[in-house]
Write a protein that binds this ligand. Structure first.
Ligand code: MG
Length: 429
């Protein structure tokens, strides 16, 4: 008997990064997935660190339970040594095949399933709050599947110095297919959906891709990872590429849709479940992850302030400068009724600052000397209020005295000394 395996992972439709990781190592006959948690980079570091340490331990011939201990220590020590990683942790579900047996090591809420004779069976127990409630008979499996606190796990790797994994040995038969997957798959798909895809897709990599695609199509609210391991007879023809595939931990997956086929009607995904909610009351992992997230938010807020305060100050100064420039000048112009008016502001306005009327007069355009009409028609500007008002006052005086002259004299003084014609021919004696 030999095993062939394929894997797929994807960050899903909602998450920014992928904190899941997996190992497919046919040489060691080791297949594992880890679903990391912890704010900032913690989740990614936890899952990658756990799988690296697990693989190194298995490669040194260390048995599964002790290898998981080593992985726990590696994650725990790394978290202790780095404030940014405090409280990180990960699930771990690992298969070590040694025909005709497989040893399954497990902690957390990732899962292992066995498809045998067309029937799918979950072979690991979730270390989760809702699973405990189901075991105690307080809620049903159906209620657990949509329970808002189903993401709270009661055991994880790397959060405490000691770890208590489940380890079991199971006899393998030719034709068996094992799936190990993260909760991003099982939260999105019913077991019957998963079984339908596993029965339909013969090749393990295509099967893993199809499972991830189905979870994405159902909402993809979490990172999704599937590793499919087939027990085949020694003489069975296999795809050499699949047989030797070794995918490093932390691989963040394939392009969406690559090598995948749409789920058929039988594999239609269930309605997307609501996204997990933090409860913070039951699980140490959740509390720690929440504390990490809070600290991260705090640091982000400080960083934002560092950038925002100078920007707001600079913008404020800029606005004040424009306002000052817009309002510092004065000009004299004709208003809509062709009367002379003193305005404060820029002719035509500047941005939101329109000129305002400072002083109105009764001086009409037609009463003014031509030179003054031209100057004012081109909007005559002044750098201070006093000059602008004085200019208009002078115009008023000049126009009033000119009017007085007109009424008391028969001729107007004309620049250049050219005598003006009599305004009223025949009136001159
Ligand atoms: Mg997950």
């Amino acid at each position: 008997m030999r095993v062939v395996a394929g894997a797929a992972t994807d960050k899903g439709q909602v998450r920014e990064g992928n904190e899941d990781a997996y190992v497919v190592d046919p040489r060691l006959r080791l297949f594992a997935i880890a679903d990391g948690m912890g704010g900032h980079q913690g989740g990614e570091v936890a899952s990658a660190t756990a799988l690296e340490a697990l693989r190194a331990a298995i490669a040194s011939g260390i048995p599964v339970r002790e290898a998981i201990d080593r992985a726990n220590t590696a994650v725990f020590d790394k978290a202790e040594g780095d404030e940014d990683l405090t409280g990180m942790g990960t699930t771990l579900t690992a298969l070590l095949t040694s025909a005709p047996d497989v040893t399954i090591g497990h902690i957390g809420d990732s899962r292992a399933y066995l498809l045998r004779g067309g029937e799918l069976r979950q072979v690991t127990e979730d270390h989760s709050l809702v699973e405990e409630l189901v075991r105690e008979g307080r809620i049903t499996e159906e209620q657990a599947a949509v329970h808002p606190q189903r993401s709270i796990i009661t055991r994880a790797l790397g959060v405490e110095r000691d770890v208590d994994p489940d380890v079991q040995v199971m006899a393998l038969e030719v034709g068996d297919r094992i799936l190990i997957c993260s909760d991003g798959l099982t939260d999105m798909l019913r077991n019957s959906d998963i079984a339908a895809v596993m029965r339909r897709e013969r090749e393990p990599t295509l099967c893993a891709n199809a499972l991830v695609d189905a979870a994405n199509a159902a909402g993809g609210v979490d990172n999704i990872t599937a590793v499919v391991v087939d027990a085949v007879g020694d003489d069975d023809a296999i795809d050499p590429a699949a047989a030797t595939a070794t995918v490093p931990a932390g691989d963040t997956g394939r392009p969406a849709g690559e090598g995948a086929e749409p789920a058929d009607a039988a594999a239609a995904p269930s309605a997307p479940a609501p996204p997990p909610e933090a409860d913070g009351s039951t699980s140490r992992r959740e509390r720690r992850a929440t504390a990490r997230a809070d600290r991260h938010v705090g640091r982000t807020a400080v960083r934002v302030l560092w950038f925002a305060v100078p920007i707001v100050l600079i913008l404020g100064l800029g606005v004040a400068a424009i306002a000052w420039y817009a309002r510092r000048t004065y000009f004299v112009a004709f208003d809509g009724a062709d009367k002379v008016v003193v305005y404060q502001g820029r002719p035509g306005g500047l941005l939101i600052w329109d000129p305002t009327v400072l002083k109105t007069t009764d001086l009409a355009r037609g009463e003014l000397p031509e030179q003054a009409q031209l100057a004012i028609g081109g909007t005559k500007e002044f750098s201070n209020r006093g000059d602008a008002v004085a200019y208009v006052v002078r115009l008023e005086h000049r126009t009033n005295s000119a009017t007085t002259t007109t009424t008391t004299s028969t001729t107007l003084p004309v620049p250049g000394g050219v005598p003006a014609p009599s305004p009223t021919p025949g009136a001159t004696p």
